[in-house]
Design a protein around this ligand. Structure first.
Ligand code: GLA
Length: 384
């Protein structure tokens, strides 16, 4: 990964001016809570996207992806709408979002390198948006608060790509802390505190290999369900602004008012907010077993209430209950495919991955890929 400067030189015949690095993220607990002004526990990982940039004259931008060798080119005056199936949309979208803030950038030659699995639930698209943003900041002298870069990335998803996602992915990629989870509040958009995983435990990612495409999925419909519940409950209590303000007791007491499917979606979100509060305390009290149980509960709620799991993810989380060394597992991220996370005793991790792969293959006939994840630092940029 560190040789992107050399690869850039070999490809473009010159050095980049800056190299920005943005990590992928893991949602540890707090599923679909972000756009409900809720709370999450998440982490940046050591898998990153690296964006190298050199400004050029004119209006034509060139982009090279060193992962698959593909190349893209676009004119700065022709980026108002995304092109179909084009990874450079995530870069063009950042430029469009900057323009909304009255910030113009010049043309550039750029290149990316990434080891974040694509469309898996580790936020490869947020890492691309954030790395592009940080590269633009350095190359074109843009000075914005870090949280604004997260909003720019979210703006790309919401306005350019049509996915009404929250701020979790970009936020975690920017504010992630080495060796710690971040406890974030999406009402105030701030990291409230860092919470460490007790020593000797780690997160194993098991990829269901079911490609989720959140844009085409039911993600936006889930958000509408949450908003429907808020609108109904506002009739009971006008001070409610988001599901964040709804307690489990209140939700259950007003069940009859709500469409049943919407009710189930809200049950998940309200339950997730409760689990984040409880889970952070458990970690701080070194009660890792109780925390693991919350991960299983979270998955069960995704499966039964929020309906954003799939048979492959259910199988991976079910297997986690019987393989030694694992304390809890759940789907992570938007869902509908993608990854599951497994809280594992580090000394068991190698054996756990092997047993999980074998058992999964036996049960489903399919392969899973596992990653023993290291928690990494948030995004940064270097001038070359
Ligand atoms: C995706 C979205 C996030 C968040 C998660 C679910 O990753 O991009 O904003 O909603 O799903 O928690």
């Amino acid at each position: 990964m560190s040789n992107i400067t050399d690869m850039f030189k070999a490809h473009y015949g010159k050095s980049p001016l800056a190299v920005a690095t943005a990590p992928g993220r893991l949602e540890i607990l707090g599923n679909h809570t972000d756009y409900n002004e809720g709370i999450t526990l998440s982490a940046a990982v050591s898998q990153t996207t690296i964006f190298a940039i050199a400004p050029v004259e004119g209006r034509i931008c060139r982009m090279k992806d060193f992962r698959d060798g593909s190349e893209k080119q676009f004119n700065l005056d022709e980026i108002d709408a995304p092109a179909p199936k084009d990874w450079s949309n995530y870069i063009k979208g950042v430029i469009v979002e900057l323009r909304k803030r009255n910030i113009q950038i010049g043309a550039f030659d750029g290149a990316i390198l990434s080891d974040i699995p694509l469309s898996a639930g580790m936020s490869s698209s947020a890492a691309l948006e954030v790395s592009a943003g940080f590269a633009f900041a350095e190359a074109f002298g843009i000075d914005l608060p870090k949280a604004e870069w997260a909003k720019i990335g979210q703006g790309v998803e919401n306005n350019y790509m049509g996915l009404n996602s929250g701020l979790l992915d970009q936020f975690s990629s920017i504010f992630g802390q080495e060796d710690g989870l971040i406890y974030s509040d999406f009402r105030t958009n701030e990291v409230v505190r860092n919470v460490s995983l007790p020593h000797g435990y780690m997160i194993v990612v098991a990829n269901s290999m079911v490609k989720h495409n959140l844009v085409d999925s039911a993600y936006n419909a889930r958000r509408v369900s949450c908003e429907n519940v808020v609108k109904k409950l506002q009739q009971v209590d006008p001070s409610i602004k988001a599901l964040r303000d709804v307690s489990m007791d209140m939700l259950k007491a007003n069940k009859a008012l709500l469409d049943h499917q919407d009710y189930l979606k809200a049950l998940h979100v309200v339950g997730e907010c409760e689990r984040v509060v409880a889970g952070a305390k458990m970690l701080e009290n070194n009660d890792i077993e109780a925390f693991g149980k919350l991960l299983f509960e979270s998955h069960e709620s995704s499966k039964v209430n929020f309906d954003n799991s799939c048979p492959e993810l259910d199988c991976l989380c079910e297997l986690a209950t019987s393989i030694p060394g694992c304390l809890g597992a759940r789907l992570s991220g938007g869902g509908f495919g993608g990854i599951s996370i497994h809280l594992v005793e580090a000394s068991y991790a190698d054996e756990y991955c092997e047993r999980l792969k074998t058992a999964y293959k036996l049960q489903t006939g399919k392969e899973t890929e596992t990653i023993q994840c290291c928690i990494g630092a948030g995004a940064h940029v270097e001038r070359i």
